[in-house]
Design a protein around this ligand. Structure first.
Ligand SMILES: Cc1ncc(COP(=O)(O)O)c(C=O)c1O
Length: 397
């Protein structure tokens, strides 16, 4: 049997890309993990989740184990609606869709708006899993660089004007992580946010706002694009992965009703009702504001430890952005191929993610690496950066 003959053209093309998760480094169990974009283990509420499962089953018996049995599924949606409202985004019930994490939301959005002829604009660098998703649907991905103030809207404007003038296909949507960006940790200024929305209106495209880290500011959380959007052009994607637990797979989309309807067409019941009911039970018992406060204080401290260690241990030719929230520090080491550096680093006992995975043209990322301060303890972060510094020094010799 020729297995390949069964795949239609678009799937064959998608299967030419790198396999999902190709970027995950193989890291010895004992290494200090600075590559993982995971929450800190002690900040994942495992005990509260265990109690929530017990309470849910005690109170509802088999209900949450049916397809859509538990009334708490509606309660989760109501919690999300209220959360959006607190953040200045008013959603009607039919403008919200709960998904299996932000990734399912991004995949569904790609599915309803992209085909092989469609154009999507992404930031460079960008979240590698979103790149993987878009590459499954189209080869026409265009990049716009990010600097310390987020997406460079001047370059976006030039690119759009040029495409229009040349009669090229205009983008269906722009994918952006405006707040505490993965991987660069940068945050788009309010002025640039306004420009993004203006350009979307002028050139008639949509904006996919990925706000996975949006509530993880050390001091404050900037206004979302969605809260500034008066024209319904923003499809906002939220997630509880970084603030509660990624394995629960809870995310959502807030967008205009017609788009939510189209997304629902394809999502059907492919999310996890039991996880949703459990999350709703957990949230009933959680003071979320104080939880965010705890996360923000803890991640800010870890970030400070990492930045101080970088100052101490990295050579002159290394530079980085100072994040105001989120999980990551993005480092450039001029003259060092970070993929080669990784194998030396893991041998030495520390991991990171080579920058190349966050770029469409991987060569552009050769001198960059992403460090995550979220997962490891402060002591391990300090030690890990010291090891990294030693590895870089010996690499440069
Ligand atoms: C920018 C960004 N969006 C989305 C996600 C994934 O979110 P979820 O776990 O809700 O699918 C991540 C996780 O690393 C992320 O960094």
């Amino acid at each position: 049997m020729n297995t390949e003959s069964f795949f239609p053209k678009n799937i064959k093309a998608a299967l030419q890309n790198n396999p999902p998760g190709d970027w995950i480094p193989s890291v010895p169990a004992k290494a200090i993990r600075l590559h993982s974009g995971y929450p800190a283990p002690h900040l994942v509420p495992s005990k509260d989740l265990k109690e929530a499962v017990a309470q849910l089953l005690e109170e509802e018996n088999d209900l949450p184990l049916h397809y859509i049995g538990s009334p708490r599924i509606d309660k989760l949606k109501e919690w999300v609606r209220l959360r959006q409202e607190v953040r200045g985004m008013v959603a009607k019930d039919d403008e919200l869709l709960i998904t299996a994490g932000a990734c399912q939301a991004i995949d569904l959005i790609a599915r309803i708006f992209l085909d092989k002829d469609a154009v999507v604009i992404v930031e460079s660098p960008t979240y590698m899993e979103a790149l993987e998703i878009f590459q499954n649907y189209t080869e026409q991905i265009i990049t716009v660089p990010v600097d310390k103030d987020g997406l460079q809207t001047g370059q976006l404007a030039e690119l759009l004007a040029e495409r229009k003038q040349k009669g090229l296909t205009m983008p269906s949507f722009l994918y952006t992580i405006p707040t505490f960006h993965n991987p660069t940790g940068t945050t788009m200024t309010e002025e640039r946010r306004g420009q993004v929305l203006k350009l979307a209106e002028e050139y008639d495209f949509l904006v996919l706002e990925d706000d996975a880290y949006g509530e993880l500011g050390f001091k404050e959380n900037p206004k979302t694009l969605k809260s500034m959007d008066t024209k319904d052009r923003v499809l906002y994607v939220g997630s509880l992965s970084k603030v509660v637990a990624p394995g629960m797979r809870i995310g959502w989309v807030h967008a205009t009703e017609r788009f939510i309807q189209a997304l629902f067409w394809f999502k059907k019941d492919l999310e996890h009702p039991f996880a949703q009911a459990t999350m709703a039970t957990l949230l009933e018992n959680t003071d979320f504001t104080s939880r965010l406060q705890t996360l923000s204080e803890s991640y800010q401290r870890k970030c400070q430890v990492m930045l101080a260690a970088l100052e101490k241990s990295l050579p002159e030719n290394a530079s980085w952005f100072v994040p105001k929230g989120g999980y990551f520090v993005w480092v450039k080491i001029t003259g060092v191929d970070t993929e080669k550096l990784l194998s030396k680093a893991t041998e030495g006992g520390v991991s990171f993610l080579p920058g190349k995975y966050f770029f469409l043209d991987q060569a552009e990322g050769a001198e960059y690496l992403r460090l995550s301060f979220s997962y490891e303890s402060e002591e391990n972060i300090e030690e890990g950066i010291q090891v990294l510094g030693d590895v870089v020094q010996s690499f440069l010799r």
